[in-house]
Design a binder for this molecule. Structure first.
Ligand code: HEC
Length: 197
């Protein structure tokens, strides 16, 4: 305690009056009360740690990686929206859609329902070619892929999807194909076409 016999607490008291004073190696230690701010940082840190620990356990607080992924997804969605608004279907536009998780998820649903029977569920190829290897029959640029899907290759068994799916869904499924290109899934069909960058 820092209170001296007069009840004031101004600074360290004379050693003689301090019964708790403890001398060691000629250094006198006083049992001073810790300042409030110091105690607040200590107890505050303990409370914060408990809240944070439970928050993480209950998945109520996201990890930095989750926060980052969410923010990137928001940005990608805004970019995709912007690209769609511009209205021109070009490499840049399709590449932007191919980075937006929401568009990719829609495209994946279209792929599973429409394309998987011929290209396999993981796009490793079946009747149609492997879409995850770097070999392409009809070009690997986003616009090339869009045209192949939109117009098809009827003579070779690839249907014409434009009229069936509509332009928007063709865009989303192409976005999905772009997102899995070069994934080289295991057990994929042998390469067909030319090796492309
Ligand atoms: C009835 C079977 C069939 C379905 C369904 C099908 N495809 Fe194909 N696809 C093919 C065949 C066969 C080829 C190869 C055409 C050729 O040999 O020129 C092909 C080629 C492609 C190519 C070009 C690959 C390259 O190497 O250039 C893309 C991209 C493609 N399909 C995407 C799709 C998408 C996306 C869907 C769904 C909307 C789809 N396909 C549905 C049979 C199919």
């Amino acid at each position: 305690m820092t209170t001296d016999s007069h009840g004031s607490s101004r600074g360290p008291e004379p050693v003689a009056a301090d019964h708790d004073a403890h001398a060691y190696d000629g250094i006198i230690e006083h049992d001073n009360k810790l300042p409030l701010w110091w105690q607040l940082t200590l107890y505050g840190a303990i409370v914060f740690a408990m809240v944070y620990w439970f928050g993480r356990r209950l998945d109520a607080i996201e990890t930095p990686l989750q926060a980052y992924t969410r923010e990137v997804a928001v940005q990608r969605a805004a970019d995709a929206e912007e690209a769609r608004k511009r209205g021109t279907i070009d490499d840049a536009m399709l590449a932007t859609l191919g980075k937006d998780p929401a568009t990719i998820a829609q495209g994946k649903a279209v792929f599973t329902a429409t394309c998987a029977p011929c290209h396999r569920a993981d796009a490793g190829g079946n009747i149609g070619p492997n879409l995850t290897d770097p070999y392409w029959l009809h070009g690997s640029k986003p616009v090339d892929i869009f045209h192949t899907v939109h117009d098809g290759v009827p003579a070779k068994g690839m249907p014409t999807w434009g009229p069936q799916l509509g332009e928007d869904r063709v865009e989303t499924v192409v976005a999905y194909v772009l997102s899995i290109r070069d994934a080289n899934v295991a057990g994929g069909k042998a390469p067909q076409g030319a090796l492309e960058e």
